[in-house]
Design a protein around this ligand. Structure first.
Ligand code: ZN
Length: 322
């Protein structure tokens, strides 16, 4: 994957590299999902490991270190992320064994006499045990070591971890900037709204098969005839966090239309949203929105997806299908 520092991240990138002697041992990059934080962290690591950086501090892209980095084999760099099993399924957590495997890495002298960099993504995937194991290393940093933690859920990190990092709020593109970036890639602006103004998430959305989402939106748009059992049957194979996020976005639009006359995620469906929103029980709608965010928090735990979806859809129908 080509590494990118996006236009909206350039000032921060230059400022960090321009003051590289003042870099702490640990950075925590926090910010909205789908805005390029991981690419930024990788680009920063590559620039710091580069052996003949450009005047502005960015990587030369042609030295041995840059080549190694781009092939994923730089010996002084480690990426810690949830492991992928033989079926291609990503684990939910970064395990304590993964964190412990850093110990020998931390104790070796660096191969190229420069930085030693550990990138943890997403940092919120560490459970209490792995986070505690990491704490020890964060407390006793070795020489030129840099930890870069990336998260869009800082509240899910142990405060003892956050407090040992310099926290950086990652920049977010202005709407025009994000639209221009998508236009360059030939992506319609409507995806930006649907992604909540996160351009990389919009790019991802644009590349996906929308058949199921469109079907779900059509059903939600006609709540009186909505069959919860049938919809749960159809959607039970969809990752639960994804299904819940569809419902969250749709309900957000219903509420936002009712209270502020604005639609954020699905402006192309404004007629349906307007009709459903007009008839919905507003108190129940707000309750459902709260319930959905609770559901989202536990959605990566193992649950019976079909029953879970069925209950949420029933709640929705009771609220909207009067
Ligand atoms: Zn280089």
């Amino acid at each position: 994957m080509p590494l990118n520092v996006y236009a909206w991240q350039q000032p921060l990138f230059r400022s960090l590299l321009g003051n590289r002697e003042k870099l702490p041992h640990a950075l925590l990059l926090k910010g909205k999902s789908g805005t390029g934080k991981l690419h930024f962290a990788q680009s920063l690591a590559r620039a710091l490991l580069c052996e003949s950086p450009r005047m502005d501090g960015s990587a030369c892209l042609s030295c041995t270190a840059c080549n190694w980095f781009d092939h994923g084999i730089h010996p002084d760099f480690r990426l810690l992320e949830p492991e992928i099993d033989e079926n291609g399924k990503k684990a939910a957590q970064i395990t304590i064994d993964q964190v412990r495997s850093l110990v020998s890495f931390m104790n070796m002298t660096t191969h190229r006499n420069g930085y030693r960099i550990v990138l943890i993504h997403p940092a919120d995937a560490m459970n209490v045990h792995s986070a505690n194991a990491l704490l020890k290393t964060l407390e006793e940093p070795h020489g030129k070591t840099l930890f870069v933690l990336v998260t869009h859920k800082q509240q899910a990190l142990l405060p003892t971890i956050s407090s040992r990092c310099r926290i950086i709020s990652m920049p977010f593109p202005r709407r025009e900037e994000a639209l221009a970036w998508l236009k360059e890639k030939g992506i319609a602006g409507s995806f930006l709204a649907e992604s909540g103004n996160a351009p990389l998430a919009a790019l991802d959305l644009a590349g996906r098969d929308r058949t199921l989402l469109d079907h779900v939106l059509e059903k939600l748009g006609n709540p009186a005839s909505l069959d919860a059992v049938e919809l749960a049957e159809i959607c039970q194979k969809t990752p639960l966090p994804e299904f819940i996020s569809w419902l969250q976005k749709w309900c957000h639009d219903l509420a936002s239309q009712a209270f502020a006359g604005k639609i954020r995620y699905f402006p192309a469906l404004s007629d349906r949203i307007n009709a459903v929103s007009g008839r919905a029980d507003k108190i129940e709608l707000l309750k459902l929105i709260r319930k959905l965010s609770q559901a989202q928090r536990i959605s990566s735990h193992p649950v019976n997806a079909r029953l879970f979806i069925e209950e949420l859809v029933l709640n929705y129908r009771n609220m909207a299908g009067r």
